[in-house]
Design a protein around this ligand. Structure first.
Ligand code: TXA
Ligand code: MG
Length: 320
């Protein structure tokens, strides 16, 4: 069973030996390995039971390290890094040959970000390699936002979980890719697209691809085991009447067996911070179904709706 603690030197020693360690970030916990060590990265895929066609994000400790993994910076990249790093923004950029194909699933691009978490920054500074890390959950399940979430699901498979407390952002990073002449949004996340557009102008929506090249393009993702239905809560409550229902609401409570209000004061950042813990709780509760409200489609509300939509992919209302 993994031990849980705050011993950065222990985490660093394990990572230098090619082991996999769970690390805290401001978004969600990551399952980290030496990004330049193919054997260590392979363990990440094994622990997570992740298909090898889904590439990993490379985490760096300081700006100078970008050039170790990225070949060239397209227009706007510097401005984005200046504005949002360290922080929940991942940039998909042309990769250096030193980054193993396993990390990028054979793509010639690499996703890179500088996380804003004091423990992990100190860890990265003590290492002479960057860390490849997906979210520290079994593939397809809800991402972990506490060390205990990681221990519950992957504790048997990894030696150590670095405990940085509950994640303050609570949803994964926003992912942007440079596609030759434009920035494309691959995944809405912890930095609102509106803020990004203030820095680089228009960010383009992603075209539909036949083969998933980007996050969450696999239909079911971020999904609890219980069915999740997204839409107008009063109508959903009528539809499932007679079953114990768990509701995820933004500001106001609903008359259900369980109702979790994510932010009474109507703060989307606060709602995002609580989203995954609440999804896990309701998944483990005695509720038969999980019902969720559609959040305002702005700021972090877009990331919340994206995760809820994927969690409920078999039960999507047609307007989404
Ligand atoms: O906030 C986060 O981004 C967290 C923390 C741990 O940093 N990480 C995270 O990793 O959410 P993961 O692996 O669960 O999701 C990363 C997504 C993947 O779905 C993958 O498809 C996409 O990033 N990605 C990584 N490299 C890519 C690339 N070269 N091209 C397109 N998509 C890429
Ligand atoms: Mg993930």
């Amino acid at each position: 069973m993994a031990s849980i603690g705050i011993a950065i030197h222990h985490a660093a020693a394990l990572l230098r030996q090619g082991e996999v360690v769970a690390i805290p970030t401001e978004t969600v916990y990551g399952l980290a390995a030496n990004a330049f060590d193919e054997a260590a990265v392979l363990k990440v895929f094994q622990v997570k039971q992740r298909p090898s066609f889904d590439p990993l994000i490379v985490h760096i400790g300081q700006r100078e390290d970008v050039s170790r993994v990225v070949k060239e910076l397209p227009p706007g990249a510097e401005a984005l890094m200046n504005a949002f790093w360290p922080g929940p923004l991942t940039l998909v950029l042309p990769k250096q040959p030193a980054v193993p194909d396993l990390v990028t699933s054979g793509l010639d691009t690499v996703g890179v970000r500088m996380p804003a978490h004091a423990l992990t920054q100190e860890l990265l500074r003590s290492l002479d390699f960057p860390l490849a890390a997906p979210s520290a959950n079994p593939f397809g399940y809800v991402s972990p936002t506490t060390a205990q979430h990681v221990a519950d699901q992957l504790g048997e498979r990894i030696p150590y979980i670095l405990d940085g407390g509950p994640c303050v952002v609570g949803v994964e990073s926003t992912i942007l890719g440079w596609e030759g002449d434009r920035w494309v949004l691959y995944r809405p996340g912890g930095i609102a697209v509106e803020r990004i557009e203030e820095v680089i102008g228009r960010v383009h929506p992603q075209q539909r691809h036949v083969i998933p090249v980007a996050p969450g393009m696999l239909e079911s993702h971020y999904a609890p085991r219980k069915p999740v239905h997204l839409g107008d809560v009063p109508s959903l409550l009528r539809r499932f009447a007679g079953q114990p229902m768990g509701v995820i609401a933004f500001r106001e409570t609903h008359p259900a067996h369980r109702c979790e209000v994510l932010s009474e004061r109507g703060d989307l950042a606060e709602a995002a911070r609580h989203l995954f813990a609440v999804l896990r709780e309701l998944d483990q509760s005695d509720c038969a179904v999980i019902l969720a409200e559609v959040f305002p489609d702005e700021g972090l509300g877009r990331a919340i709706n994206d995760r809820l939509r994927r969690a409920s992919c078999l039960n999507i209302p047609s307007q989404l």
